[in-house]
Design a binder for this molecule. Structure first.
Ligand SMILES: C[S@@+](CC[C@H](N)C(=O)[O-])C[C@H]1O[C@@H](n2cnc3c(N)ncnc32)[C@H](O)[C@@H]1O
Length: 460
């Protein structure tokens, strides 16, 4: 591809991303799959530029609006070449060359825009801080509340691209043997700082073709996500529910920590996700996982299994603010329900899943959000109406597991990219009192009894 053709491909990609409600990485994969003739070097260059523009979205838009322009994909690419790539206008004119596969020549208005931006750089002294750190207006208040003086530092860290972390599967390997197996495929990996099973890989090797991955010695999992699984602290032989198992990332880690002994029920309302997760379970050599699709968080299955489980993990659907490094477009686009829907859903899931916990058992609530209303706020509201649960400090859980250091803050696990170089994660461990009697609400007298009771009778 010529440099001009690469630029046109970036414009095409950004146009598709703007026009569909699918995440940018899915759009990019589909785009390149449909154009197999694009070689790997070109693919990397095009994807890198497109991602860089997504990461500079607020700043590029600020400049364009300042010049009275709409932030179209073409305008953003033009502004990016000048402001962020530092190319002089004369060079940019050579790229917008009107050639067969290149971008059309600049219109007189675009030329005027180019002249106005020429010699400037991406950041400007009068740019508001939230724009400079790419924080969308809907998240600025809660992010400032959560991060205080660390707001700008954490937001800047969320602009980096995420490292590639692996979790060693203890059923098949240990860190040393996994590092050796990876090095045979010329992949360099270092132990991670916090997770005893974590490895951080250099670069972006194509893992799907590597034996250590295909044979289930390692799984791709952010170190923060691994730490959430450690906070569950499951024991071999226990009964565990992963209530929002999704693609099974944490289910795999939990089942492996149990060394294939006991049972992990992997639930989710999306049966398709659980089905796809089954292939990962097989590759990891884990036989103690039972997928169980739910109709909703109040599926009759919950009542039939109340107080049966030692550990219940609620890895709740959330705003995903902690994963902005990974999905740079997600902060700008409504790819799922908003906070006004998520917060009540999280509360409802937590409420329902809590019924599964046996006396003395633990309920672990986690999100990949950095917003207090999805995290501490949910725990405070839950504890208010559930005196039968108490907070078990994560540091205590860690100490019981023999781990020496834990990135806990107060009683909770609270990970942030700038401090821990992981995705942003929150986890709280709640323990049900061992001698707690069944309440009226639990026995079904609080409004949800009738249909559950009918289902329970039907199921015998
Ligand atoms: C944060 S994701 C889970 C990620 C997964 N635990 C992992 O580690 O790969 C949240 C999951 O909650 C599921 N979910 C959404 N609403 C739900 C509900 N009402 N009950 C149970 N799961 C739900 C979503 O389908 C999604 O897979």
């Amino acid at each position: 591809m010529t440099p001009a053709a690469r630029l046109q491909a970036v414009i095409d990609l950004l146009t598709e991303i703007d026009e569909t409600p699918r995440p940018a990485d899915a759009v990019m994969s589909a785009y390149f799959r449909a154009r197999r003739y694009i070689g790997s070097k070109d693919r990397t260059a095009v994807a890198q530029t497109a991602y860089a523009i997504l990461r500079r979205h607020a700043r590029l838009t600020w400049w364009l609006e300042r010049e009275g322009r709409t932030a179209t994909p073409r305008a953003r690419v033009l502004a990016n070449e000048i402001l962020a790539e530092g190319k002089p206008l004369a060079t940019v004119l050579e790229l917008f060359d009107g050639s067969k596969f290149g971008p059309a020549r600049l219109s007189p208005e675009e030329l005027a825009l180019g002249r106005a931006l020429d010699t400037h750089t991406l950041e400007h002294p009068s740019m508001p801080e939230a724009v400079r750190v790419e924080c969308p207006s809907w998240a600025e208040g809660p992010m400032r509340a959560a991060l205080g003086a660390q707001f700008a530092r954490e937001m800047e860290a969320l602009l980096d691209s995420a490292p590639l972390d692996l979790r060693v599967n203890p059923v098949k390997a240990n860190r040393e043997s996994a590092i050796k197996a990876l090095s045979r495929a010329r992949i360099q990996a270092q132990p991670t700082r916090w997770s005893p099973l974590g490895l951080r890989v250099q670069g972006r090797p194509p893992l799907a073709t590597v034996d250590a991955f295909k044979e289930g010695l390692v799984e791709i999992q952010d170190e923060g996500s691994q730490l959430v699984a450690f906070a569950v602290a499951p024991k071999p032989g226990q009964q565990v529910v992963d209530f929002c198992a999704g693609a099974g990332g944490k289910t795999l880690a939990i089942a492996a920590l149990m060394n294939n002994k006991g049972r992990v029920v992997a639930c989710d309302v999306l049966a398709g996700r659980l089905k796809r997760a089954a292939e990962r379970f097989r590759r990891a050599g884990l036989h103690n996982i039972e997928p169980h699709p739910l109709t909703s968080e109040r599926d009759p299955w919950v009542k039939r299994h109340k107080r049966k489980f030692d550990r219940v993990l609620v890895d709740a659907p959330c705003s995903g603010t902690g994963t902005w490094r990974r999905n740079p477009d997600s902060r700008w686009r409504a790819l799922g329900p908003g906070l006004d829907q998520l917060v009540p859903l999280q509360a409802s899931i937590l409420e329902s899943a809590s019924r599964l916990v046996k006396p003395g058992g633990r309920l672990i609530y986690a999100t990949c959000s950095m917003l207090p209303e999805e995290n501490e706020g949910q725990i405070a509201a839950f504890l208010e109406s559930h005196p039968e649960f108490t907070v078990k400090p994560v540091a205590e859980v860690w100490a019981e597991e023999g781990a020496d250091s834990v990135p806990a803050e107060g009683p909770y696990l609270r990970l942030t990219p700038a401090r821990h170089d992981t995705d942003g994660f929150f986890a709280a461990v709640l323990e049900r009192k061992a001698d707690e009697p069944v309440t009226a609400a639990e026995s079904g007298a609080a409004g949800d009894g009738a249909e559950d009771d009918a289902a329970e009778l039907a199921a015998g």
